[in-house]
Write a protein that binds this ligand. Structure first.
Ligand SMILES: *[C@@H]1O[C@H](CO)[C@@H](O)[C@H](O)[C@H]1NC(C)=O
Ligand SMILES: *[C@@H]1O[C@H](CO)[C@@H](O)[C@H](O)[C@H]1NC(C)=O
Length: 771
C-alpha cells in the first residue's frame, strides 16, 4: 500500500516543471534526496517543496555542532539577488524536535495514519519527517488566507485551505510542510521554524521582519481539539483563520452544543530577533559564487542548547518589478468566472497606456503567457513566458538532521570554536552540478592562537557509481594532509618556525617530515581518519567510514597552514585544498550593512548606526599586542614616531580604507591605559605605516572612544609630562649643587662634620628615650 501511494506521488511530481534553484552546500542540502545513486533525486515530495532542479542535493549524512561554535553557511542561488533584476529575500531557519528525522525510505510520509506503525506517523521512524503530522493536519484543514494575491490561478471550489496557494494551486502535499507557511514569510500561524537571518534587497522591511518574527512574537490560532480534526478530516471541516470565525465555530456545524473553537495565542519561540541585512550580489543564471569569486555565506553562532535532532532550512524568494509584490493582494486577482481575461494588476498605467482596454488590446495584461503587440502598426505578436504561479516564487532547500552538543569540558566556555567542514560530492564538475565538487569550508579559515577548530565531515557511499573520482566508486572520502613548501622556482621545503607559511598553494605533494606543526598525532589522525577503521585499504581511504570527527582542537602556533585532501586533489580534474591561518592575536569578524550593528572583540568594539554603510561589508577587529604590532612595524623597517610610550594594544580595523558612506562615521571603543600622561589615539596603515595621524578621542576610565570613517591601525600613545620633567630636572640639579657644595665645605672643615654627626646621634638617642 505504501508503495502504491508513493508511486502516485512520484507520478505527480514528474510532471511538474522546475527550473529555479537554491542549494545548500554547507551544511549539505538534501533537495529531498535520501541516498539515491541516480543523478536525479527520486521523490520531490519526500519532506518539503524545493521547486529545485531534480539533480540537486547530497545524499544523507549527519553532523553535530558544539554550542557557541561558528558555522559558515554556503549556498548557491540561480537567479539574481542584491541587484535590480529581481526582488529577493533569503531566509535561513532551523527547527529541532525529538521526532525530526531523515528516515530510511524514499517514500513520502503517509497522510493516512493507518499506513504508519502503531497508527502514529510522528513516531514511525521509517519515514523522514520534519514538521509533525499535526502541522499538516491543521494546514490541510485551515481556511486559506483569502487576502492573498493568487493572480489567475484556480484555487476555487474545494481549494479553500492553507495547502493551496498560488504556487501550489492543486494542494500537492510534500512531507508535512504547509504550502501557505512555505510561500509566505513571516507566517501568521504558529510554525516550528526558528529564524536565524533574513536577507533582503529592501532593508526598509527589516524592522518589520525583526518585530514580526515568531522568535519574538506569538501567533494566534483557532484551537480545536485534535481528535475532532482527525475524525472529521474528510467531512468538510474548515479551521477558521481569524477570531470572528473561530468564536462562531461549532462542530457539528450549527450545533449549539457542538465543539467550539478557542482563539488562542501560542507563545513566541522566546529567542532573539533574527538578523536582518541586505542580500549579497549574485548574477542571473549563474548558480555559483557571488562577488569576487567567493561563495555567498552567512556565519552563524550555534546557540548554547543541547538538541539531538535539528534541521536547517533556506528559502529564496524572488519576484519581478512588473507589479508591487508586497502591496498586491486579492483585489488584483482575476475574476474567478473569467480567468482568461487576466488579473486586475494595473500594468496599463505603468506601461503608459490610456486605460486597461487599450493595454488589453495590445496584450499588456498580467496573466499566464500573454502575447503582446510591441509595435502599434505591426500586427505581430510576441509571446511572453509568464507563469503567474511562478512570478513571485519561493525555492527551498533543507539539510539532513544534525545535533547540537555542549562543548567539551576541556574547551573554556569563552573560547571560540570554528567549524571546519567539507562540502561537495564525488564527481567532476558536470556530474555533480548543481551540487558542487569537494572543497573545505571555510576554504580560508582565520583563527587566533587561543581559538579552537572543530574538524568534521560526512559523505555518502551511494553516489552515482559512474561519477569520476579516486578510490571506490560512489564513495565520498576526505582527509587533511599538510602540503609541502614551494619547490620551484625557489624554496627550502623546510619549516620556518612560528608565524610562518607551512606549505604552498601550488604544490601537490604532502609534507614528508618526522616532526611537523600541529603535532604528528593530530596529523596522523587527519591523514588516516583515526580512530576509525583499523587498517584496511587506506591508500585511497576506501576502508574508512563516510563520517569523520576530530573534535575541537586548540589552534596550532601562529602561521598559515596549507593542506590538501590526498584522495580528491587531482590536479587536472579538481582541487581540494584549504588553508588555516592562525594569528598571534585575537580577532573578530562580522558582516555589517545598511542596518548597522556592532562588532565586539575582547578589548575593543565597533558600533555602526543605520545607514552609515551603503553596502554589506565584512569587517574585522584584530587586537595586536604591542609586541606583535611592533614586529609588524619592524618588518616594514618603521618606528612609531608619535608619543613616548604605548598606552594600548594596536587595533587593526579591516578593511583599511574609507568604509563609512559620505561624511558619516562609526564609533570605535578601545581599552587604553588612561592613567598615563596625555594619552592620544593615532591611526596608520599597515601596508607601510608611513604616517601616524592623531584622532580626536574621549579618553577616560581606561577607555578611548572616537569616531572614524575608515579602517586602519589605531593605537594609543602617551606623552611624558614636559613641565614635570623640567621641574624635576631643576630640582635634581639644585639638590646636586647642595650635596656637592656641602661635600666640598665639610672636606675643608672636618670638625664641623664631626659636630653635625654627634648632634644627630644625640637627637637619635633622645628620641629613643622618649619612646
Ligand atoms: C515572498 O515574497 C512575497 C511578495 O512577492 C511575499 O508575499 C511572501 O511573503 C514572500 N515569501 C517568503 C517565503 O519570503
Ligand atoms: C565567516 O567566518 C569565516 C571563518 O571564521 C571568516 O573567514 C569569514 O570572513 C566570515 N564571513 C563573514 C561574511 O563574516
Amino acid at each position: 500500500m505504501k508503495f502504491v501511494l508513493s508511486l502516485i506521488f512520484l507520478g505527480l511530481s514528474c510532471c511538474q516543471l522546475t527550473y529555479g534553484d537554491i542549494y545548500f552546500h554547507n551544511p549539505r542540502g538534501s533537495n529531498n534526496r535520501l541516498d539515491e545513486s541516480s543523478r536525479a533525486r527520486q521523490n520531490a515530495n519526500r519532506l518539503f517543496n524545493s521547486q529545485n532542479n531534480a539533480r540537486g542535493g547530497y545524499n544523507v549524512g549527519n553532523v553535530f555542532y558544539y554550542g557557541g561554535s561558528q558555522l559558515q553557511f554556503e549556498w548557491t542561488n540561480q537567479h539574481s539577488c542584491g541587484n535590480q533584476n529581481a526582488n529577493c529575500e533569503i531566509v535561513i531557519q532551523y527547527m529541532c524536535g525529538e521526532n525530526v528525522r531523515d528516515g530510511v525510505t524514499r517514500q513520502t510520509i503517509p497522510e493516512n495514519l493507518a499506513q504508519c506503525k502503531d497508527m502514529n506517523c510522528n513516531t514511525d521512524t521509517e519515514f523522514g519527517m520534519h514538521e509533525s503530522y499535526e502541522n499538516w493536519l491543521k494546514c490541510s484543514l485551515r481556511q486559506r488566507n483569502n487576502g492573498l494575491f493568487i493572480a489567475d490561478q484556480n484555487l476555487g471550489g474545494g481549494r479553500k485551505r492553507a495547502r493551496h496557494t498560488r504556487q501550489n494551486a492543486n494542494g500537492q502535499r510534500r512531507g508535512y510542510e504547509c504550502s501557505e507557511e512555505r510561500d509566505y514569510y513571516p507566517y501568521w500561524h504558529p510554525s516550528p521554524w526558528r529564524d536565524i537571518v533574513v536577507m533582503t534587497n529592501d532593508i526598509n522591511r527589516c524592522p518589520y521582519y525583526k518585530t514580526e518574527s515568531e522568535n519574538v512574537k506569538g501567533r494566534w490560532y483557532c484551537d480545536i481539539p485534535l481528535q475532532v480534526l482527525e475524525l472529521n478530516r474528510r467531512k468538510g471541516l474548515i479551521i477558521p483563520n481569524n477570531k470572528a470565525d473561530c468564536d462562531a465555530f461549532r462542530w457539528p456545524r450549527n450545533d449549539p452544543e457542538g465543539t467550539r473553537g478557542v482563539w488562542t495565542q501560542a507563545p513566541s519561540h522566546g529567542l532573539e530577533e533574527p538578523v536582518c541585512q541586505e542580500t549579497e550580489f549574485t548574477r542571473d543564471n549563474h548558480n555559483g559564487n557571488g562577488l569576487h569569486g567567493t561563495p555567498n555565506t552567512f556565519n552563524w553562532t550555534i546557540p548554547n542548547i543541547e538538541e539531538d535532532k535539528c534541521v536547517f532550512r533556506i528559502r529564496y524568494n524572488i519576484s519581478t518589478n512588473d507589479y508591487a509584490p508586497w502591496d498586491t493582494d486579492a483585489e488584483q486577482n482575476a475574476n474567478p468566472r473569467n480567468r482568461g481575461a487576466g488579473t486586475n494588476v494595473n500594468i496599463f498605467e505603468r506601461y503608459g497606456f490610456e486605460n486597461a482596454d487599450a493595454a488589453g488590446d495590445r496584450g499588456y495584461i498580467f496573466k499566464n503567457d500573454p502575447t503582446v503587440k510591441v509595435f502599434p502598426d505591426l500586427d505581430v505578436d510576441l509571446a511572453i513566458a509568464l507563469d503567474t504561479a511562478q512570478f513571485g516564487r519561493t525555492f527551498q532547500d533543507r539539510t539532513f538532521v544534525f545535533a547540537i552538543q555542549n562543548r567539551p569540558s576541556d574547551v573554556p566556555a569563552d573560547a571560540k570554536i570554528h567549524n571546519l567542514n567539507v562540502r561537495g560530492k564525488r564527481g567532476n564538475i558536470v556530474e555533480t552540478y548543481p551540487a558542487v565538487e569537494y572543497d573545505f569550508v571555510p576554504t580560508d579559515l582565520h583563527v587566533s592562537e587561543e581559538d579552537y577548530v572543530h574538524i568534521q565531515w560526512t559523505g555518502s557511499n551511494t553516489n552515482n557509481n559512474g561519477n569520476d573520482g579516486q578510490g571506490r566508486a560512489g564513495s565520498d572520502r576526505n582527509n587533511i594532509v599538510l602540503m609541502n613548501n614551494q619547490v620551484y622556482p625557489e624554496g627550502t621545503g623546510v619549516y620556518n618556525g612560528p608565524g610562518q607559511e607551512f606549505g604552498h598553494y601550488g604544490v601537490n605533494y604532502p609534507i614528508h617530515a618526522s616532526e611537523a606543526p600541529l603535532g604528528i598525532d593530530v596529523l596522523r589522525r587527519l591523514a588516516f581518519l583515526e580512530p576509525g577503521q583499523f587498517g584496511g585499504e587506506m591508500s585511497e581511504l576506501d576502508d574508512a567510514g563516510t563520517y569523520f570527527n576530530l573534535g575541537a582542537i586548540k589552534a596550532p602556533d601562529a602561521g598559515t597552514y596549507h593542506y590538501m585532501c590526498t584522495r580528491n586533489n587531482a590536479f587536472t580534474n579538481r582541487d581540494q585544498k584549504g588553508r588555516l591561518h592562525v594569528h598571534p592575536y585575537t580577532m573578530e569578524t562580522r558582516s555589517i550593512g545598511q542596518m548597522g550593528g556592532t562588532l565586539q572583540a575582547k578589548k575593543s568594539k565597533l558600533s555602526v548606526d543605520e545607514k552609515v554603510f551603503n553596502i554589506l561589508r565584512t569587517l574585522s577587529l584584530e587586537e595586536w599586542p604591542v609586541e606583535a604590532g611592533s614586529k609588524k612595524l619592524e618588518s616594514k623597517n618603521k618606528k612609531i614616531t608619535v608619543g613616548d610610550d604605548y598606552a594600548s594594544d594596536f587595533l587593526r580595523v579591516y578593511p583599511e580604507k574609507k568604509i563609512a558612506d559620505s561624511t558619516k562615521t562609526f564609533t570605535i571603543e578601545m581599552e587604553v591605559d588612561s592613567s598615563q600622561n596625555d594619552v592620544q589615539i593615532y591611526r596608520s596603515h599597515s601596508d607601510n605605516f608611513a604616517t601616524w595621524t592623531k584622532v580626536p578621542a574621549k579618553i577616560e576610565d581606561g577607555k578611548a572612544v572616537f569616531q572614524a570613517q575608515e579602517g586602519g591601525v589605531y593605537v594609543a600613545r602617551s606623552n611624558r609630562n614636559v613641565a614635570l620633567i623640567v621641574g624635576l630636572t631643576i630640582f635634581f640639579i639644585v639638590l646636586a649643587i647642595i650635596i656637592i657644595g656641602g661635600f666640598i665645605y665639610f672636606r675643608r672643615h672636618p670638625k664641623k662634620f664631626q659636630e653635625v654627626i654627634s648632634n644627630m646621634r644625640k637627637t637619635e638617642r633622645s628620641l629613643h628615650k622618649k619612646v
